[in-house]
Design a protein around this ligand. Structure first.
Ligand code: PLP
Length: 373
């Protein structure tokens, strides 16, 4: 008897779909190829990375080299510590207030929809004096507040914002100098373009969108923020523990960090850095927005200056047409175009692993669909 399900696909290239999932999402194909080649024997160890002890120097090298590559690619200099944690973006919703403020302290937040609200809800459980100092709720989160016009509270310990709003499709495109430290949840636009880190004091991002797999979260902390951490935190939840132990305090998510390492190498060595990657990502977003804006069947309600280059949201005139659009796309092997369950409509995610060719396949399908309806 032939057990076909255990056989490799006839042609792995032909069998792949065009993937626009919002995360976990598409990975760069060269990275998948390299991981496949190393799966049974990583760097002469005779083991896959999944099988190596986290105390082996090979794993520590992957961790340290990944941190160095992030610093180099983002031109962070020596001002920042880079660590790899578990618990996703969601644990950072708690670790940020626990590390950078104490009970009763003022902390300011911006509400830009779903994930920003989750961060607010989590921080509110910790007994801080939390205030939402700006919100996009009035316009149903179709634009982000102007950071040059917000009113911060005196002595607030930090301002928390979500730089790219995965669910509602908005993005802050820059960060001005503010009188208090800015903490940015960059889970859905980390390492997708050049950013100026000068005015940011902490950046966190889970990996499963632009830099790898779920299981690892990258946290960048400006060194001067470390002096503010209280000594009463549980050791595990104190950022300094993980800095001192080089992200190897307990068993790290070795395989997830290894994939991040491969993606960083791909960005640096194949693509040629964040400026080039940013140009590729910009072109993908422009191609898709052009298609939406020139076909009356599609509507993107997000105000132009706030549009996200990572998550493009749009609607069709009726629920039925939307359903048909998503189903027909699936038949064409285009997956992941349904909107978030709380928002409906369609959403296309254009993370680092998505190619310009993939976007062109989608646009061709959209134009055909628009002509038919
Ligand atoms: C911007 C943003 N922040 C935080 C999260 C939550 O991350 P996690 O699922 O890793 O806890 C998400 C999830 O998609 C997100 O998009």
């Amino acid at each position: 008897m032939q057990v076909t399900s255990l056989l490799p696909p006839k042609n792995i290239y032909e069998d792949r779909v065009v993937n626009f999932y919002a995360g976990p999402g598409a990975l760069p194909f060269p990275v998948l190829e390299r991981v496949r080649a190393e799966l049974f024997n990583f760097n002469g160890t005779g083991m896959s990375v999944m099988e190596i002890s986290h105390r082996n120097p090979q794993i520590q090298f992957i961790i340290d080299d990944s941190a160095e590559r992030i610093k180099r690619l983002m031109e962070l200099g020596d001002d920042f510590e880079v660590i790899f944690l578990q618990g996703g973006g969601s644990l950072q919703f708690l670790m940020v207030p626990m590390n950078f403020s104490n009970a009763g302290d003022r902390i300011d937040y911006i509400d830009t929809g779903y994930w920003a609200e989750k961060a607010i809800k989590a921080a509110k459980t910790l007994g801080r004096d939390l205030e939402i100092i700006a919100s996009s709720r009035d316009c149903n989160h179709t634009e982000v507040p102007d950071l040059n016009k917000i009113k911060l509270r005196q002595e607030a310990k930090y301002l928390h914002l979500c730089s790219n709003n995965t669910v509602v499709g908005t993005q802050f495109h820059g960060f001005p100098k503010l009188p208090i430290p800015i903490v940015a949840d960059m889970s859905s636009d980390f390492m997708s373009k050049v950013i100026d880190p000068t005015n940011l004091s902490c950046i966190y991002a889970h990996a499963q969108k632009n830099v790898g797999l779920s299981g690892v979260t990258v946290v960048l902390i400006r060194k001067e923020m470390l002096a503010k951490i209280s000594d009463n935190l549980p050791e595990f939840l104190d950022y300094r523990t993980h800095i001192q132990r080089k992200s190897n305090y307990h068993t790290p998510p070795c395989f997830s960090i290894y994939i991040t390492w491969h993606i960083l190498r791909w960005i640096e060595e194949d693509i040629g850095g964040l400026e080039k990657l940013g140009a590729i990502n910009k072109k993908k977003a422009e191609t898709l927005y052009r298609c939406i804006d020139t076909n009356s069947l599609f509507n993107c309600a997000v105000e132009k200056a706030s549009r996200s280059d990572m998550n493009v949201v749009f609607t069709l005139p009726t629920e039925e047409l939307q359903k048909q659009f998503i189903e027909e796309a699936f038949e064409e092997k285009i997956v992941g175009v349904a909107g978030h369950r709380t928002r409906g409509g369609c959403r296309v995610s254009l993370y680092n692993g998505v190619t310009q060719e993939a976007v062109e396949v989608l646009v061709e399908f959209m134009e055909k669909f628009a002509k038919k309806h």
